[in-house]
Design a protein around this ligand. Structure first.
Ligand code: SIN
Ligand code: CO
Length: 376
C-alpha cells in the first residue's frame, strides 16, 4: 500500500486545533493513487456472513427501505439507487485494519471501526447527520457530497432510517478515489453515488454518559463492600406499622453513602469497558494450537501481533485486553504497553518478559487474541 499522507499539508495538531469537532475538511488525494484493497465481491462475501453487521438501503421508486443482513444476494449493480453498508470490515480484513491504524494520531479509545459502503448509481442513505465524527474516504468510483452547517436537524417521521426533513445543501464536492472528507458530529450531509462507487467511513465512538453511568454501576456492584446488617436496638412500639420509619431510612442512607469509588475504579472500569469487543465478535482460535513451549520458541523468533479483533488499551500498570484487566509491573509493563501501541512486538523483546507474562501470552494465543507475526 502507498504511504498515506491522510491530512494533506495539515499536521495532526493543526487538524485537531482547527477542524476536529469544529468544521469540515476536504482533503484531495489524502491517499494518492488509492487503489481500494477490498473489492465489491469481497464485501458481498462479508455481507453474507452471520457475524458481520450489514445493512441494505434502497430508494427504489422514491421509497426508502432498510434491511439488515446477512445477505445471500444483492441487487444488480446496474439497478440504480441502492447501497450496502458493511460495518467493522477492519475486524475481518488486514488491509482495512491497516487503513484504520493510519488514523492513530487519534486514540484507540475513540476509534471505532471501518465501515464500507458499496452503492449503485444514485445510491446513498439520504440526507442525515451522525452523532460522531467521521472521515469519508472515497475508495472506488465517485460520490457527490452535499453538506450543510444547518441547525435544523428535524427528521422525517415514520422513515426506516434517519432522513432530514429540511436538508439545504451549502457546499458540494465530488470525491474521486483517494479523496477524503472529514465531518464533525451533527453536520448535515448527503452522499450520492455518481455511477457505482465504494466509500470507506472511519468512525469514532463517543459513549453516552448515561450508558457509561449504567455500566459503571454494574461494574461497581462487583466490588462494593458494605459489611454489617440493619439493626434497631432502640426500637419503640409502632403506632403506624405500615409506615417506613425516618430512623430506618436515615440509617440506611448513612450506610449507602459509604459507597465510594476511586480514580483507580474509573480507570479499570473504562479500560475494561472500552476494550470489550462488540457482541457480534467471535475470536478465531488456532485450529491446531502449538504447545506453549513451541509457541514461545516461535514467538521469540517471529514476534507476535494482536489479532484484528483484539482491543488492547493501557493506563499505568493496568493493561486491558478484550474486556479483561491485568496488573503489570517492570519489564512486562513496558512490553505490554508497546504491544498495545504498535499492535505487535518483536521476538527479541519477548526475551525480557517474565514467566507470568509468557504464560499469559500462551493463553491469549490459545484464545485467538494474539498470533505469531507473519512478516518475519
Ligand atoms: C455511505 O457511505 O453511504 C454513508 C456514510 C455516511 O453518510 O455516514
Ligand atoms: Co453519515
Amino acid at each position: 500500500m502507498k504511504k498515506l499522507t491522510l491530512l494533506g499539508d495539515i499536521t495532526p495538531t493543526e487538524f485537531l486545533n482547527e477542524y476536529w469537532h469544529k468544521k469540515p475538511l476536504l482533503i484531495r488525494q489524502a491517499i494518492p493513487q488509492f487503489n481500494a484493497p477490498i473489492k465489491a465481491a469481497e464485501l458481498a462475501k462479508l455481507a453474507a456472513s452471520e457475524d458481520v453487521e450489514s445493512r441494505l438501503v434502497t430508494h427504489f421508486k422514491q421509497q426508502w427501505q432498510l434491511k439488515n443482513g446477512p445477505f445471500e444476494e444483492l441487487p444488480d449493480l446496474k439497478k440504480k439507487e441502492w447501497t450496502l453498508l458493511v460495518q467493522g470490515v477492519n475486524l475481518h480484513h488486514p488491509a482495512a485494519d491497516a487503513i484504520l491504524r493510519q488514523f492513530n494520531f487519534l486514540p484507540d479509545a475513540r476509534l471505532d471501526d471501518l465501515m464500507i459502503s458499496l452503492a449503485s448509481d444514485g445510491g446513498g442513505v439520504g440526507p442525515h447527520f451522525d452523532s460522531y465524527d467521521v472521515f469519508l474516504l472515497q475508495a472506488h468510483g465517485r460520490r457527490r457530497w452535499q453538506i450543510s452547517a444547518q441547525k435544523n436537524l428535524d427528521l422525517i417521521d415514520g422513515m426506516p432510517l434517519k432522513i432530514l426533513s429540511k436538508f439545504k445543501s451549502e457546499q458540494e464536492f465530488i470525491l474521486e478515489p483517494g479523496d477524503m472528507l472529514y465531518l464533525p458530529p451533527h453536520y448535515a450531509h448527503d452522499g450520492v453515488a455518481v455511477g457505482e462507487c465504494m466509500t470507506y467511513s472511519i468512525g469514532f465512538r463517543a459513549p453516552a454518559f448515561q450508558e457509561l453511568g449504567e455500566a459503571f454501576l454494574q461494574f461497581m456492584s462487583d466490588s462494593i463492600d458494605l459489611p454489617g446488617r440493619y439493626a434497631d436496638p432502640d426500637l419503640k412500639p409502632s403506632k403506624h406499622p405500615a409506615e417506613l420509619s425516618k430512623e430506618m431510612l436515615e440509617t440506611v442512607a448513612q450506610e449507602l453513602r459509604k459507597v465510594d469509588f476511586t480514580q483507580e475504579d474509573i480507570t479499570v472500569f473504562m479500560g475494561e469497558y472500552l476494550s470489550t469487543p462488540k457482541h457480534s465478535v467471535f475470536f478465531d482460535q488456532p485450529k491446531k494450537p502449538l504447545t506453549p513451549i513451541k509457541f514461545l520458541a516461535a514467538a521469540k523468533k517471529q514476534g507476535i501481533e494482536l489479532a484484528l479483533k483484539t482491543r488492547m488499551l493501557y493506563r499505568g500498570s493496568n493493561i486491558f485486553v478484550n474486556g479483561e484487566s491485568f496488573g503489570v509491573t517492570g519489564a512486562d509493563k513496558a512490553l505490554l504497553s508497546k504491544l498495545a501501541d504498535h499492535r505487535a512486538l518483536a521476538g527479541i523483546e519477548l526475551g525480557k518478559a517474565s514467566v507470568d507474562m509468557q504464560e499469559t501470552l500462551c493463553l491469549w494465543y490459545e484464545d485467538g487474541w494474539i498470533n505469531l507475526s507473519k512478516n518475519i
